[in-house]
Design a protein around this ligand. Sequence first.
Ligand code: CA2
Length: 151
Amino acid sequence: MASTIYVLNGPNLNLLGKRQPEIYGRVTLADVEADCRRLGGELGFDVVFHQSNAEFQIIDWIHEARDGAAGLIINPAAFTHTSIAIHDALHTLECPIIEVHISNIHKREAFRHHSHVSSVATGTIVGCGTHGYLLALRQIAHLVASGTIGH
Ligand code: CA2
């Protein structure tokens, strides 16, 4: 279990690649999952990859990751801007957390500028498209290799 990285995705990200390609691109979430599994394997990690439109489900997966995950990557989607419950769940984790946003939330509407997650994340990656997930995997591998655990 120590070599497992969780990749969690919030609401509407199941539509990735199917709507609003001008903002989110044409890569689907299935493509992102395949890329994460391939790179995770190259880096020596198993990848647990999930998406849900339900806040409680994401919280349950965060709780599951408490049981020895090496790291957690999360794109909480719109819950980024609203969910104190996800903030609180992430705060209980001891492993590195990387927050990923496909778009640059700071160039968009004002309501996207604040994240309840950033203050409990080890690092954040925004505006790098779906490549941000792969950057996050490499960063967790780097933190694990350098012995930097958690925040
Ligand atoms: O840029 C990101 O990754 C976001 O987390 C995406 C969220 C948005 O609410 C955040 O502010 C920034 C939206 C996810 C919805 O994804 C869709 C993908 C394709 C088509 C429609 C929605």
